[in-house]
Design a binder for this molecule. Structure first.
Ligand code: SAH
Length: 462
């Protein structure tokens, strides 16, 4: 992070703005709105700026920058058309440890002005760290459309009752739950419709019985195969509400980062033959955390109910009547196949698809291989990288042609996704040579032929 977003209290703070043109006028408007005690230094002023200064009791020093003393100021903004002066201001200010912004020159800024969605007292600041103010403004427009105009009123309303709610519900987790229910439910609707009396009545009523707030809940969430954009809206929403998140190795760090900053994160990842937390302990941990009244998110790669042991994890919750929800995710087969341009079914090549666990148990795959013989069925092997030579050999030994196409998708849907294509006869050698990195998925069947025409995702040559 190049700039840390913080909100600065500027009421009555001495601020110097150097420049009197259009850009300076824009900055002055913001600074005055924040209550700064503003001095504008410039030989000339735009009419609008002059008017603003009169209105807000700002000071105009009709002078050049060289005549100005920065000492004691809280911050300074350089908005002159002269590069040399702007840079001089930057050097003087930093030497005196004064916050400085040279407009349109992020390299000469110790702070920058974000784009703001203003629902005062609610503020949303968007910054591109000076890379693309236009992009920040586009994003701002989108957020403007999402956030109701009356949200400021809602923030003020919540502010009025903050202390009362804190005194009534001293524990953090149930208190947050209380506010979430209030601010997303009927109380908020009343405030937004300008019926604050009714809102207050509702809020006080709910404060009288808070027992339901002390029960925890578990959300078993599918995080998809890797690309964070493949998360569902529901998953994103519940992630935001979690007090604690348990995640494993297959979950993208970008998705774990979508949790609240103060949420606890617990890694319970598994690698083949390296179970960092045994399954029974994970199951128990979910129960313990929920019984402490926490909202617990258990994030799993792909879909929780496909080779994810999701069923085992909620069994104990169900038995103990702990509330839970399961949120489906895009499973690796769906994600990787789409990004690799391999339709899992196709009228000409495959009428069915079968997901198979491909890991070895004591060095052998115990399947009835004769069930995998239909040429019109796509086979997808999860966890099959170690077993790949054995899978190829067994399928051929039980009658599948050595010419049957097979693809191995490495790190599907991630930016470095790679697709290796071969046949049952050649694939073991191709993979031994290419040494793909986990996770990998194997797709077998004629649909693999479509990959070369239908793939759109950038990929390394296979
Ligand atoms: N519940 C998960 C699967 C867990 S089993 C799901 O629905 O996707 C773990 C296996 O999933 C890995 O060994 C690998 O075969 C597959 N896998 C998961 N993410 C993958 C990815 N991004 N690319 C390729 N394979 C992946």
């Amino acid at each position: 992070m190049e700039f840390l977003p913080i909100c600065l209290r500027l009421v009555d703070a001495p601020v110097v703005l150097v420049g009197g043109g259009t850009v300076a006028t824009r900055k002055a408007r913001l600074l005055l709105r924040a209550g700064a005690s503003l001095t504008v230094v410039s030989p000339t002023l735009s009419n609008e700026l002059e008017q603003m200064l009169t209105e807000h009791l700002g000071v105009w020093r009709q002078a050049r920058y060289s005549e100005v003393e920065l000492h004691g100021k809280t911050l300074v903004v350089a908005a002159t058309a002269d590069k040399v002066t702007n840079e001089q201001i930057y050097h003087d200010a930093t030497a005196a440890s004064i916050l400085v912004n040279v407009v349109d020159s992020p390299e000469f800024c110790t702070f920058i002005f974000p784009s703001i969605v203003d629902r005062d007292p609610l503020l949303i600041a968007i910054s591109s760290s000076g890379r693309s103010p236009v992009l920040a403004r586009i994003l701002r427009r989108k957020i403007e459309a999402l956030v109701p105009a009356a949200y400021g009123r809602l923030a003020n309303f919540a502010g009025r009752f903050r202390q009362l709610v804190k005194d009534t519900i001293p524990l953090d987790t149930p208190r947050r739950l209380f506010w979430e229910q209030a601010l997303e439910g009927a109380v908020a609707e009343h405030v937004l419709a300008d019926r604050e009396g009714k809102a207050e009545q509702q809020l006080r009523e709910r404060l009288r019985d808070t027992s339901s707030l002390h029960v925890g809940e578990v959300y078993l969430i599918g995080a998809g195969p890797g690309d964070p954009d493949l998360l569902t809206f529901k998953a994103a929403r519940l992630l935001q509400s979690a007090d604690v998140v348990l995640y494993d190795r297959l979950v993208s760090p970008a998705i774990v980062d979508m949790t609240r900053r103060d949420a606890e994160r617990i890694y319970v990842g598994k690698r083949q033959s390296d179970h960092s937390l045994p399954q029974t302990q994970i199951n128990q941990l979910l129960v313990d955390l929920a019984q402490q009244g926490k909202r617990v998110v258990r994030l799993k790669g792909g879909d929780p109910f496909i080779f994810g042991r999701g069923g085992e994890e909620i069994e104990l919750l169900a038995k103990l009547s702990i509330p839970f929800q399961v949120v489906p995710g895009i499973t690796a087969a769906n994600g990787a196949a789409c990004y690799a341009g391999i339709p899992l079914t196709h009228r000409d090549y495959a009428q069915s698809v079968r997901f198979v666990a491909g890991h070895l148990k004591e060095d052998s795959l115990e399947y009835d291989w004769s069930q995998f013989q239909s040429p019109m069925e796509t086979l997808v092997f999860y966890m099959g990288s170690v077993g790949l030579p054995s899978i190829c050999a067994q399928l051929q030994a039980h009658g599948r042609s050595g010419e049957t196409p097979i693809a191995l998708i490495e790190r599907g849907t991630l930016l470095d996704q790679r697709v290796l294509v071969g046949t049952l006869a050649t694939m073991a050698d191709i993979v031994a040579h290419a040494k793909p990195r986990a996770p990998t998925l194997i797709i077998i069947g004629d649909v693999v032929r479509l990959h070369k025409d239908l793939s759109w995702f950038s990929q390394a040559p296979s």
